[in-house]
Ligand binder design. Sequence first.
Ligand code: ADE
Length: 232
Amino acid sequence: MNRIGIIGAMDIEVDALKEQMTGVTRVNKASMEFYQGKLNGKDVVVVRSGIGKVNAAVCTQILADVFEVEAVINTGIAGSLRNEINIGDIVVSTDALQHDMDAVEFGYPKGQIPGMKVFSFVANAALRETAVRVCQKVNPDIQVFEGRIVSGDQFVARAEVKNEIIKEFAGYCTEMEGASIAQAAYLNGIPFVVVRAISDKADNSATMDYPTFERQAAQHCVNLVGEMLREL
Ligand code: ADE
């Protein structure tokens, strides 16, 4: 893979990566700053997309059209949807879908985008495998899981909402961008993976835990993505 796009929604998810880059050129598009340069020997474009599915999809399309990236990695934090996935642990996407896509009235299952051939967007096997392998190397004190990542324009912080999402989609964690990046990557035929560290349990404790653990969780992803680049 020659040029890899790396998207995080928030500064905390990408700043440490930008600091490690060399030969940086900055390009501003759609109110986003794209940092093009080298990171651990690879050509990369690192960008903060802003929060939510629309920002993330616009960002991915620019990475495809303007920077012609050959792979996209989405890194950041997420709320856990499984008891055994603890704060700080990492989830690597098997696939991603939008839990707030709802055309049920027209006979589609919840999450299905009308007119699309797939229910969920499947992550690239080589990117997944590399992410899991290097995670065990650089973050030996945490667990790494592979599973479905679900996204919606919603910070999930109520047990009822969390349980509904679990029942419907059997996701491993929930966040607000991954599946829209996956969809945009799919439409452009670009391999992707979503890598998320857990900052909270997406329940009534989420708003308390999130500010406490977001930095530590984000650092786990930074460690992982930096090392992935060495190995890809
Ligand atoms: N990102 C981190 N925690 C989250 C949550 N509980 N819901 C949605 N996005 C998140």
